[in-house]
Every structure is written in structure tokens, then in C-alpha cells.
Design a protein around this ligand. Structure first.
Ligand code: PAF
Length: 286
């Protein structure tokens, strides 16, 4: 596995493969954008990229512009050596790990990509500017690596909606591939931020997946009314009064607008604070 620190190196690699594609049809580049602290969820994205593409790059960059001023940018877990090992084991050909100065040569407040509307809903409402930072950095990565496919986890479902819209609006060539949520054995969706939880918060955090399963089972029994499904999910959280709910919503996954009636493809999403740690979970209804 090669480690690149500059956009120029990543672009050179991608362009060399692209010019080879003419000679060897069927070559394809997969990009797995990450902020490092790689875990089983990332490993599944790398596996999916490996299965779908002939060449795979994993990017590792804790992106300052997607963190609010009082968020966890400085203490976000960083584990470069372990990340390299996981990416290499997963079969990545390239690890792209730029510095902040490399990706933001004129400072972090320079040129931005915004997805108005969508970018202000769900996590964008609770974390103003978050999706502007995500869209900006992912645009930079897609422009630099020119992948055929970019792989993201469904856990960040609102992020997926924002990025799909960005790719469509900017007519970027990459296909956004969404991979299923990976969970611990007890149901907690795996997240780099789970390491912040103390044992009692870890136990409380199971409320997220409980609410998700509860709503899935109500829908399976025939309940379609959004207000009933949402009220019922609030009921699941009532058992954990210390948990602060951020949002419980039923939305159209492409617009993130609330819906009144659940239909196949509707997104049920929850976010809540366990101590100071904010975690999210969701399901796309069948
Ligand atoms: O999902 C993440 O880890 C980040 O938001 C991403 C897509 C790598 C952009 O920094």
C-alpha cells in the first residue's frame, strides 16, 4: 500500500490508472473517504470498494471545517498506524493522508461547497455548517482522486443525501455507493465516537438501535402514520430519562423533508446525546 500526503500524488496515481484504462478496459477506482480511527464499519466500506473496483484508495483526514467551534475536533480519535494496518489488511492500494494545509492551502475558510436546504436539516440543523464542511472536503477528494465510485456508510444517512445531491448538482462522475450500517453484537451502530462513552452511557446508547428496531417492527405490523411512529420511538427513549434526544424524524431520504406517511425508502433517523457524546442511528424502511 502506498501512502500519499499530497493531492498531486493522489491525482498522478489516479490519472496513470485512467490512461491505463484505455489499454485495460474494466479498470475502476474506488475511494473510501474517512476521518481515520478506522473500525469495522470502515473495514466493510473498504471490502465493498475492493469487491467493486480494481483499485482502491482510502482517505484519512480529520476535516476541521465539519466541526463546530465547541465540538470534538481536537480530541477526535487519531490512530494513524492502526489505520494504515487496517486499510492495508482490507486491500487498499493507496492511503491518502494529507495535512490540513495541503487540503486547505488558503486556510479553512476559503472556498466552500454548500448544499442549501438539505445541508440545514437533521444533523445540519443541530450542527450548523457541518454539511458545508463535509460537502467541501468530499468535493475536494472527488476532484483529486476522480474515482468511479465513492463509498459511504448508511449510518450517516443525512450525509449521504447531501453528498448525492452535491454530486448530482456538480455533475461529478463518481457514483455514491451506500453500505449497510455495521453494528456491535448488542445492536449499537459502530462509530468512532463510541470510544467516548463510559459504561453507563454505552448502555444508554442502546436506546438508539432499540428505537430503530421498534419502528421497523411497527411498520412491519402495518403502522404507516409518521406521528404515531415518532411518538412510539419517543416512548422507547422515555425509559432513559438521562438521554437528551436531538431529533427523531421520518423523512424522505433524498430531500430530508418530513413525511406524513411511511413508504418504502422513507428514512427513520434518530440522534441523541449520551453525556456529551452525540450519536446517530437510522433505518431505511422497506
Ligand atoms: O463520514 C465521515 O467520516 C466524514 O464525514 C467524511 C465523509 C470522511 C468527510 O470528512
Amino acid at each position: 500500500m502506498q501512502v500519499f500526503r499530497t493531492v498531486a500524488d493522489l491525482r498522478r496515481w489516479s490519472r496513470a490508472l485512467r490512461s491505463m484504462s484505455g489499454l485495460a478496459p474494466g479498470n475502476s477506482i474506488g475511494l473510501v473517504p474517512t476521518m481515520g480511527a478506522l473500525h469495522a464499519g470502515h473495514a466493510s466500506l473498504i471490502r465493498a470498494a475492493r469487491a467493486a473496483c480494481t483499485h482502491v484508495a482510502v482517505s484519512l483526514f480529520v476535516n476541521p471545517t465539519q466541526f463546530g467551534p465547541n465540538e470534538d475536533y481536537t480530541r477526535y480519535p487519531r490512530s494513524f498506524d492502526a489505520d494504515c494496518a487496517l486499510a492495508e489488511r482490507g486491500g487498499a492500494d493507496v492511503l491518502f493522508a494529507p495535512s490540513v494545509e495541503e487540503l486547505y492551502p488558503n486556510g479553512p475558510a476559503s472556498t466552500f461547497v454548500e448544499v442549501p436546504g438539505l445541508g440545514d436539516r437533521l444533523d445540519g440543523a443541530s450542527r450548523p455548517g457541518h454539511f458545508r464542511g463535509v460537502a467541501t472536503v468530499v468535493a475536494k477528494l472527488l476532484i483529486a482522486a476522480e474515482p468511479d465510485r465513492a463509498f459511504f456508510g448508511q449510518k450517516d444517512a443525512a450525509q449521504v443525501a447531501v453528498l448525492r445531491r452535491m454530486v448530482a448538482d456538480l455533475k461529478l462522475a463518481a457514483e455514491i455507493v451506500v453500505c449497510p450500517i455495521v453494528r456491535d453484537a448488542d445492536g449499537l451502530a459502530i462509530s468512532s465516537r463510541n470510544v467516548y462513552l463510559n459504561p453507563s452511557e454505552r448502555a444508554q446508547a442502546l436506546t438508539l438501535s432499540r428505537a430503530v428496531r421498534h419502528v421497523e417492527s411497527l411498520v412491519a405490523q402495518g403502522e404507516r402514520r409518521a406521528h404515531m411512529l415518532i411518538a412510539s420511538a419517543h416512548g422507547v427513549f422515555a425509559a432513559e430519562p438521562e438521554v437528551r434526544i436531538d431529533y427523531i424524524v421520518l423523512v424522505d431520504w433524498s430531500t430530508l423533508e418530513p413525511v406524513e406517511t411511511a413508504a418504502p425508502g422513507t428514512l427513520f433517523a434518530v440522534a441523541a446525546y449520551f453525556g456529551s457524546t452525540r450519536l446517530i442511528d437510522n433505518t431505511v424502511l422497506r
